[in-house]
Each structure stands twice: as C-alpha cells, then as structure tokens.
Design a protein around this ligand. Sequence first.
Ligand SMILES: NCc1[nH]cc(CCC(=O)O)c1CC(=O)O
Length: 307
Amino acid sequence: MTVLRLGTRGSRLALWQAHWVQRLLASVHRDVRVEIVPIETDGDRRTEAALSTLSGSAFFTKEIEGALLEGSIDLAVHSLKDVATEAPEGLILGAVLERADPRDALVARDGHGLADLGEGARVGTSSLRRKAFLRADHPGLVTRDVRGNVPTRLGILDRGDTDALLLACAGLDRLELGARITSRLDPERFVPAPAQGAVAVQIRADDAAVRSRIAPLEHGPTRRAVDAERTFLNVLEGGCQVPLGAFAQVEGDSMRLVARVASLDGGRGVRGALSGPSDDPDALGRTLARRLIDEGAADILAELRPS
Ligand SMILES: NCc1[nH]cc(CCC(=O)O)c1CC(=O)O
C-alpha cells in the first residue's frame, strides 16, 4: 500500500475538494491510500485584511507549497483561481480536474438578479474584479467588503448585514448550497476570474511516481481552458491583483476566450473575445491580451499600481 499525504487548506470547501481527489485516487488505484493533511495559510489567518489585498498572490498557497517542497506532503489540492500564474521553482500542476460551474453567483435576500436589487442595495464581495464589474454595470448598487469562507459570508447575509453577496457558483454547488443562488451571472458580461471553478493537484516536478498516479484525474478541456485564461492573466497582470476576468470554453478542436478588464471605479473598461484552435491555448490567451492592451487594458491596470 502506498500512502500519499495530501495537503489542503482547512476550509469546508478546501476539504471537500481534498476528499474529492482522495475518492478519485481510490477509485483508480486500489493500492493507494490518501491521508489528508490540513495546513493553515496566511489567507486563513489574516481574516482582518480585505481579501482583495490577499488573493492572487500566494496567500492561500504559500505554506502548502512550502510543505510540498520540503517533502512533508506529496501532493497539494488548490482552487486554481488562488494559485499564482508563476509557479514556484520545482512545483508543477500535475493534474487539472473537471471544472464546476465557472460563473459568479448572486445570492440576494429579495428578488433574483442584479437588476432586481433596488437603488443603494448593498452587495458584499471583497474581490476587485467583482466590485469593478458591479460598479460598471450597476452603478446604483453599493459594494461592501465581506471576508471569510462561504458559510461565514452566508451568515453575514442572513443577519441582514448586507442585501446580497457575490460568490463563485462552484463553491456553493460543491457544498450543496446551490439552492441559495438567486442568479447565475452571464459569463459574457460578468466574466469569471481566470480558472474559477477549477481544482488543481500540485506536485513536485521531479516526482514521476506521484505524477503518474494522478495523471488519470486530468480533464483535458478544463486544462486547455484554464491555460488560455491564466496566460491572459499572466500577460496583463505584472504581479498585481487586478480587476480582470477571463473565461474560455473548448468545443472540439476550437476554443473561445472572452476577457474583460475594468478600472476599480467601473468608469473605464475593455472587453473582447477571440476563437482559435484548442491545441494552442497559450497563443489564444496571449493574442487576446495583446489586443486588449492595444485597446487600453494596460493603461487601465496601470492606474491601480502604486508608483
Ligand atoms: N479566493 C477565494 C476563493 N477561491 C476559490 C473560491 C471558490 C471556488 C472556485 O472559484 O473554484 C473562492 C471563494 C469565492 O470566490 O466565492
């Protein structure tokens, strides 16, 4: 029996994802036992800080990546949205699993969609992307910072401290809280974060044994989609957390990438879409990024950076 130690955050969603990988590995390898090792990250500890200042860098992954590099775990399971596009030296994404619903979810107390919320209604989110798109498309609404994991945020809504929340559909669906969603937002307009809804298994680049064990978990279309989205992010980001969405869908031999960048106040933005062959997602991501840079995306993002 081979024992593989799987590192994960301890949140309910992270543990759900870890148990999913454990179950999948048990179903393809009778001789493998997966032991789950919860690891607390900076992002879990620093509940006082606005999430927007944390996510996108390594705040939800650094301690887990450290455990992987030092060998105290053999694989790590992450929400791919939280994994930086520049991989730490020595680590690779050994498998990308089939994506759940990639869209953003509105959970409103009254009504259904964003258009039903009255003037001045408070919408809780700490994501720069969600705030910027909301300000651009629904300037009558008020954004309000909320932090904490999914159940904590729902508690804030239920107590009446906000009128609505924006969350990822994937997290709610996986925790069987999908019934709380009042609207699944159109990904053409409210473009999801790169890799939203996708789970990745990270391993040591030189660990051929674990690499071959997890290979059957790979979902090709999801890998190609997130590669295009993360390449787009990588070209535009320059190491800073930005209000940017990118969402790709594979259909047979071709794929389509839609992306949107907005200023924080929602006053300026660019959006575009591009189709190409599905066997070169990086080219698609790079080409669309360059096109949106020509249309002003880099200038919009430059305003966000401390000079
Ligand atoms: N940064 C937090 C985070 N990371 C992954 C998810 C949800 C699951 C996913 O997008 O895969 C969330 C919460 C949210 O955005 O609602």
